[in-house]
Design a protein around this ligand. Sequence first.
Ligand code: DQA
Length: 153
Amino acid sequence: MARPVPATPKILILNGPNLNMLGVREPSVYGRDTLADVEKLCRKTAKNLGLAVDFRQSNHEGELVTWIQEARAKMAGIVINAGAYTHTSVALLDALTLAELPVIEVHLSNIYKREPFRHKSYISPVARAVLCGFGAHGYALALEGLARMVKKS
Ligand code: DQA
């Protein structure tokens, strides 16, 4: 008898405020890739890894919280670049904690090379791994790492 085909694990990729402006926003810091380019890279990488992705961006903290809550039951993991909310949001930390999913924190820039207020992350305590300074490639690296974690569990 044929075995049931396992569902493809789905990863939520979340982007916080101002990341919709990638490409035009401080290219010397964030590079020339647009968010659409980042999404394309994520989709290609995920396909090669046998993962599906739900790629989203919001400028609103509450919307990000709601999406994380919804991920709890539906997703196998979360990749998050919370933008400036990284440095301010207890609400995102709480949502990521209650999601009980493997979380990878990503930043395009090396936040530790920048202003001191960017050195504090509210997300890191709940993240299984943190990637910063790789530009858009950091998202692909995050998916590779997450794929290993998801396959092991
Ligand atoms: C960022 C770094 C944050 O400090 C900043 O507020 C962002 C982008 C990054 O990807 O490098 O919006 O998360």
